[in-house]
Design a binder for this molecule. Structure first.
Ligand SMILES: *[C@@H]1O[C@H](CO)[C@@H](O)[C@H](O)[C@H]1NC(C)=O
Ligand SMILES: *[C@@H]1O[C@H](CO)[C@@H](O)[C@H](O)[C@H]1NC(C)=O
Ligand SMILES: *[C@@H]1O[C@H](CO)[C@@H](O)[C@H](O)[C@H]1NC(C)=O
Ligand SMILES: *[C@@H]1O[C@H](CO)[C@@H](O)[C@H](O)[C@H]1NC(C)=O
Ligand SMILES: *[C@@H]1O[C@H](CO)[C@@H](O)[C@H](O)[C@H]1NC(C)=O
Ligand SMILES: CC(=O)N[C@H]1CO[C@H](CO)[C@@H](O)[C@@H]1O
Length: 244
């Protein structure tokens, strides 16, 4: 009786090792995607990562890229060792491909060209031919849009000069700030004004009244943290503008 538990543990241990280290057990191959969202700007060509782990060839597997919550059509279908896009959603036509040379390495990442704001959803990478629990993964795509701010002199007010900064074509909504030449944020003449155009892009405008300084240089900074982008424009206000 005393030796029974020990040998039972050994048996289980050996069983465990032989199951977990079995290199050909395709039931353990998992579909893996990125931990973080893919971030892109409108117009970019991007890769939505998806691969088999451990790496086995996907050449003879079915690969289905779909949009979550898109009831009809798919984004990209690879079936019978070729791309089969008869049922592709029209908005993805001609913009999708797999890396054919990479399929043998289990890399079923999707290339999507010229992304638009309406592509910013979650995608499902699904391998129905895989006999494993983890036969799909989800990849989130964030798409932003940015543009250079434009500064103009909007007149004078008492002791100072009123500067105007405008920037259209942003997504998501950005933050706009005025800075002096040492990088200190200046108190603006109010909160930023914003509006959205018909395409859903944000235009932002903000005024600041500045005094004469050593450099007379001022910077307008527009930034969007979710897509990690910043654009700056600097103006040099001629000294004589202040005297009037
Ligand atoms: C895929 O199928 C083709 C044709 O049946 C075969 O020649 C090839 O070896 C297969 N590849 C893999 C990785 O199983
Ligand atoms: C898959 O292939 C693409 C294109 O060659 C490459 O950029 C990407 O890094 C590959 N992914 C993996 C996980 O190997
Ligand atoms: C990219 O998409 C935009 C908007 O859909 C379109 O106007 C533009 O022509 C496309 N560019 C290319 C290179 O296909
Ligand atoms: C994919 O995996 C899920 C969850 O394990 C399972 O319910 C489903 O039947 C699998 N699909 C296929 C086509 O094997
Ligand atoms: C500009 O100068 C005026 C008068 O000296 C002062 O009241 C105001 O606070 C100054 N503004 C800034 C932004 O430094
Ligand atoms: C808008 C919408 O239908 N969202 C759904 C998309 O699918 C996920 C998961 O299937 C749901 O949780 C969302 O509610």
């Amino acid at each position: 009786m005393k030796t029974f538990p020990t040998s039972a543990v050994w048996c289980l241990w050996i069983l465990f090792i032989s199951v977990s280290s079995s290199p050909t057990g395709s039931s353990e191959v998992q579909v893996v995607g990125p931990a973080d969202p893919v971030v892109a700007l409108a117009g970019d060509d991007i890769i939505l990562p998806c691969f088999l782990k451990p790496s086995v060839s996907a050449e003879n597997m079915t690969v289905e890229w779909t949009r979550l919550n898109l009831t009809r059509g798919n984004v990209h279908l690879y079936l019978d060792s070729r791309d089969s896009n008869e049922d592709q959603h029209p908005s993805y036509r001609g913009r999708t491909s797999l890396f054919n040379e990479e399929l043998k390495n289990g890399n079923v990442s999707l290339k999507l060209t010229n992304v638009t704001l309406s592509d910013a959803v979650s995608y499902r990478c699904f391998i129905p031919t895989l006999t494993s629990q983890v036969n799909e993964t989800t990849v989130q795509l964030l798409v932003g849009a940015v543009s250079q701010p434009v500064i103009s002199i909007d007149g004078t007010k008492d002791w100072g000069v009123v500067l105007k900064c405008e920037s259209g074509g942003w997504f998501p909504e950005p933050k706009m700030e005025w800075l002096d030449s040492s990088g200190t944020i200046l108190p603006a003449d109010g909160p930023p004004e914003r509006h959205r155009d018909s395409e859903g892009l944000y235009a932002v405008r903000r005024h600041v009244t500045v005094n004469q300084t050593d450099t007379n240089r001022f910077t307008c900074r527009v930034q969007q943290q979710e897509i990690n982008h910043m654009k700056e424009t600097e103006i040099h206000v001629p000294g004589e503008v202040f005297i009037g």
